[in-house]
Design a protein around this ligand. Structure first.
Ligand SMILES: [Zn+2]
Length: 416
């Protein structure tokens, strides 16, 4: 196991990971986990794009490091003694994941478009008061020296890793982390959004049941295509049994009863999953669904299936139906006794939804994020979403809404 004694040494490992990401033509970001003694536990690049296809829209370096931690946990120090060292300021998804897990953070470069510290104040205006106070204790932005124009003072906790004898980063390291990300950003985003336009999409339900796309889909979810909503983008009461079954499955697994269904642009049920929070507290239902869908599309395309994008459209043409709505309101008490913090998980899911869309929504489907049972006031939620970093509030316009169908709401258990 490598050992580092300065923040610069740790940041150089993160910078090396950005090079790997750049060569793989994915977002050029990387990071590592370091314990308080300076041991490097694991380092990893972003892996959103693999072999030219979107592999997993949630495969940011930080998110993967946290899942690695949960898979290797016996023998590792507790999260409060582990720091995520990252080349770029964490996005909303990764911030939610980091706060859920309880890690500390050291960041090299700011990201003024999608970073949680997009305004560089370290006040975290996109978070609730409770979440922001925890971020202020844990998210450090070390002092940068030697740069001609990269000099900056330290912001946030400077002593995140007690073993570090020097707390500053060199300007050239920050310059690399920042410029390699910016140089490749638009190419990667375009790659994620190179799908067919709406008017060229097909109806998967018109394919014979032996079609490889249908076969692959039903392997992921045997009940796929057993339900279709009466109108596109309008989930109705016919979805209730599928959603309810997975919500109950989630409770049986120790979760709080969350499930997410994915409907395509005709309203065909593609997937419905619970979380896998016994494995990792950041494997919530939405994370499982969006990753499963992306993985399915990538595998079919790698297998040479040219109709994949026609019958399994970009997620912006789909509807994610959450059994439980977001919970982002400090006036609700945080219930650690019933598992991980719902607020940080909800924030992670809003961010992961943004990473899944990775661009403006299409006018044909203004609300791909719908929920059945609310857990907070709708106006408070809308105001919260307007304060997210520019990618989410200005470009994607993240806007979760409650489903319109009263019978579905009734079937899933009504009001908050
Ligand atoms: Zn991220």
């Amino acid at each position: 196991m490598a050992k580092v004694t300065t923040v610069e040494q740790a940041m150089e490992i993160a910078a090396d990971q950005t090079l790997l990401a750049s060569c793989a033509k994915t977002f050029s970001v990387g990071g590592l986990l370091v314990d308080d003694a300076g041991n490097v536990l694991h380092a990893i690049p972003n892996q959103v794009i693999k072999d030219g296809y979107t592999s997993d829209p949630t495969a940011h370096g930080e998110r993967q490091l946290i899942d690695w931690y949960y898979s290797n946990r016996p023998g590792l120090p507790p999260p409060s003694q582990v720091t995520v060292v990252t080349s770029l300021d964490p996005c909303c998804m990764c911030t939610g994941a980091i706060l859920t897990a309880g890690f500390k953070v050291l960041t090299a470069a700011y990201d003024t478009y999608s970073g949680i510290n997009y305004d560089k104040t370290s006040n975290f205006p996109s978070l609730t008061i409770g979440m922001a106070s925890r971020a202020k204790e844990r998210f450090g932005y070390p002092e940068v020296v030697d740069g001609v124009c990269y000099n900056r003072p330290a912001k946030g906790p400077e002593n995140n890793v007690p073993a570090f004898t020097a707390k500053t980063i060199e300007g050239r390291t920050v310059a690399l982390c920042e410029s390699i990300f910016e140089a490749t950003l638009m190419a990667v985003r375009n790659q994620i959004n190179n799908d067919l336009p709406f008017d060229q999409l097909g109806d998967i339900d018109s394919l014979p049941s032996s079609d490889p796309i249908r076969v692959a889909l039903s392997r992921k979810y045997p009940q796929a295509l057993q339900y279709r909503s009466r109108a596109p983008f309008t989930p109705d009461e016919g979805l209730a049994p599928y959603l309810k079954a997975m919500m109950q499955h989630d409770i049986a697994l120790g979760g709080r009863g969350q499930a997410v269904a994915l409907l395509d642009h005709h309203g065909n049920l593609l997937l419905c999953m619970s979380g896998s929070e016994a494995t990792s507290s950041i494997r919530t239902a939405f994370m499982e669904v969006t990753r499963t869908y992306a993985g399915l599309r990538r595998q079919l395309q790698l297998d040479g299936n040219k109709d994949t994008r026609k019958y399994l459209p970009h997620p912006k043409y789909c509807t994610f139906v959450f059994g439980l709505g977001p919970m982002l309101d400090d006036s609700h008490p945080v219930r650690h006794d019933i598992g991980p913090d719902s607020q940080t998980q909800s924030f992670m899911e809003l961010g992961a939804y943004g990473s899944t869309m990775e661009g403006a929504l299409d006018a044909v489907n203004p609300s791909p994020y719908q929920y059945v049972r609310p857990r907070m006031n709708a106006a408070t939620l809308a105001a919260f979403c307007k304060k997210l970093p520019p990618l989410y509030s200005g470009e994607i316009k993240v806007n979760p809404i409650q489903v319109a169908n009263e019978a579905l709401i009734e079937a899933i258990g009504g009001s908050a």
